[in-house]
Design a protein around this ligand. Structure first.
Ligand SMILES: *[C@@H]1O[C@H](CO)[C@@H](O)[C@H](O)[C@H]1NC(C)=O
Ligand SMILES: *[C@@H]1O[C@H](CO)[C@@H](O)[C@H](O)[C@H]1NC(C)=O
Ligand SMILES: *[C@@H]1O[C@H](CO)[C@@H](O)[C@H](O)[C@H]1NC(C)=O
Ligand SMILES: [Zn+2]
Length: 469
């Protein structure tokens, strides 16, 4: 749902925990030492105030190499101040990487088990300049919402993870070990059981007729590509501007208008729809739970609207056009389900069908393989169980698709789920003016990860309760 960055230089706060054993040796011991996620009034107020403080710091990244380093350093100082236990206990190993990123390693008694990773970033893109009712870095609270830039993307997750670590640190005795993030983890040959990253939510009121909110754990991602087409002006006589401009416009409209293959059925959207079918009234329930029969119908229906069309296929948009004296070029942004870039490149070359046109791939991101969501998928089932215990009222949990340009080799289980309960108007505030999070939603997020971390501390395989057809 977020398209945070076209490049991948996020500042990451990474938090690794040994999923299967957090320093608690036996199962009896584990049950006895489970900490309930019932926070006192004082703790809840402190949580909220701590989040507001984080919103007030502007660690803006202007581009791949340009950040407000003053604010980044200030943010680092801030977490030292508000989470003294996390940073001072010997239970958590804390490493600062690339000057401003943080890695916390919490490891248990059995180092042979694979760790998992919670991932979040605290930098923000520049806030839209105008139109804010509440200043973007105010963290002001009104009507039960904390307002400001980064409240949903993604300072909330950074603060929630640390808050949980702070609360848990008081109780759990943990060993420590040497782990690091992404490239670093890879260079050390570490494999993770799963990764939980920002992304999907609990959706409330997004689908008309759906009785209850539903939680979507995103386990796949769209691919994307920026493609530059260029042509030497001398091929098209007489010289510019007119001819080359019309060349560019002609190809871009040809590309935008040529439909690319509909991928419905080959992606998790079908599973998402089948799961939601149980909650929908007639006839949608019958249609969606019998996709073997109605797939062509549903597929055509989804193609009709540009929002749903983007869920079943690839979209091409012109982002830059430059009619120069020597060279004319245009840049296309291609995104979508199953966008494997070598295939896209081939398809676009075929549509253009002119060998004087040169193609340059500026950046490309293939879709990630679908992360497992069957009964044996530990990460998926732990998320499910935790959703069921923390949000028992949201009875539909479904895998789904998300768009985020970040990738890693560390695990086959990458799940996007922020545990935030969102209504459409709050959802629209992400990356727009009036970004805000409800105090309740933030408390639930803290509670969710507090439970998840503890649920992960188990030797038992989780039990699945998926709907069966
Ligand atoms: C950078 O952050 C500091 C606070 O840490 C702020 O005072 C300053 O205005 C910021 N600079 C820019 C260019 O945003
Ligand atoms: C990518 O995935 C999401 C979720 O399924 C979808 O809403 C979005 O429209 C997709 N397509 C593009 C072009 O980003
Ligand atoms: C994944 O690992 C392979 C080799 O193990 C490496 O060549 C590749 O660059 C890695 N990809 C990413 C995205 O790190
Ligand atoms: Zn983000």
């Amino acid at each position: 749902m977020f398209a945070c960055w076209p490049w991948r230089l996020w500042l990451l706060l990474l938090f690794a925990t040994d999923c299967r054993s957090m320093g608690l040796r036996s199962q009896e011991h584990q049950r006895a030492s489970r900490i309930p996620s019932q926070f006192s009034k004082e703790e809840r107020v402190a949580m909220k105030e701590t989040l507001k403080g984080a919103i007030q710091i502007p660690p803006v990244s202007f581009g791949p190499e340009e950040s407000n380093t003053t604010a980044l350093a200030e943010f680092g100082g801030y977490i030292y101040k508000v989470f003294p236990t996390v940073l001072s206990t010997s239970f958590n190993q804390h490493e600062v990487m690339g000057e401003y990123s943080h890695l916390f390693t919490v490891q248990g008694s059995d180092p042979s088990l694979q760790p998992c990773l919670l991932l979040a970033h605290f930098d923000v893109v520049p806030a839209p300049a105008e139109g804010w009712e509440v200043p973007p870095y105010s963290g002001l609270e009104c009507d039960g919402f904390v307002n400001g830039w980064g409240t949903l993307d993604d300072k909330n997750s950074v603060m929630a993870f640390l808050q949980d670590l702070e609360l848990l640190s008081f109780f759990i005795s943990l060993g420590h070990d040497e782990e690091k993030i992404s490239a670093l983890l890879q260079s050390r040959g570490i494999q993770l059981t799963f990764i939980v990253d920002e992304g999907s939510f609990i959706f409330d009121g997004f689908i008309p007729d759906l009785k209850n909110p539903f939680a979507m754990i995103a386990n796949s991602e769209n691919g994307s590509m920026n493609l530059m087409l260029s042509v030497e002006s001398s091929f098209y006589l007489p010289p510019p501007p007119l001819q080359t401009t019309s060349w560019g416009l002609c190809f871009s409209s040809r590309l935008e208008q040529t439909p690319l293959p509909n991928m419905f059925g080959s992606w998790t959207l079908t599973v998402t729809l089948e799961q939601l079918a149980y909650e929908l009234p007639f006839p949608a329930n019958i249609i969606l739970s019998n996709l073997w029969l109605f797939k062509p119908l549903v597929s055509r229906y989804l193609e009709r609207n540009y929002i749903t069309n983007a869920m079943v296929g690839t979209t091409t948009a012109l982002t830059m056009f430059n009619a120069g004296v020597k060279v004319t070029s245009l840049v296309l942004s291609i995104r979508g389900v199953g966008t494997v870039y070598s295939r896209q490149l081939f398809q676009h070359q075929r549509i253009v069908a002119d060998d004087r046109v040169q193609f340059h791939v500026l950046s490309a991101f293939d879709p990630l393989p679908i992360s497992p969501y069957d009964d044996k998928a530990l990460g998926y089932q732990l998320l499910r169980q935790t959703i069921q215990s923390v949000f028992p009222e949201f009875n539909t949990i479904t895998p789904g698709n998300d768009f985020i340009t970040d990738t890693t080799n560390l695990t086959t289980g990458i799940y996007r789920f922020s545990a935030i309960h969102l209504q459409p108007e709050v959802f629209r505030s992400i990356h727009g003016i009036h970004e805000k999070i409800s105090v309740q939603a933030y408390e639930n997020q803290v509670k969710f990860f507090f439970e998840l971390i503890q649920n992960a501390d188990t030797d038992k395989e989780p039990v699945s309760h998926q709907h069966k057809l």
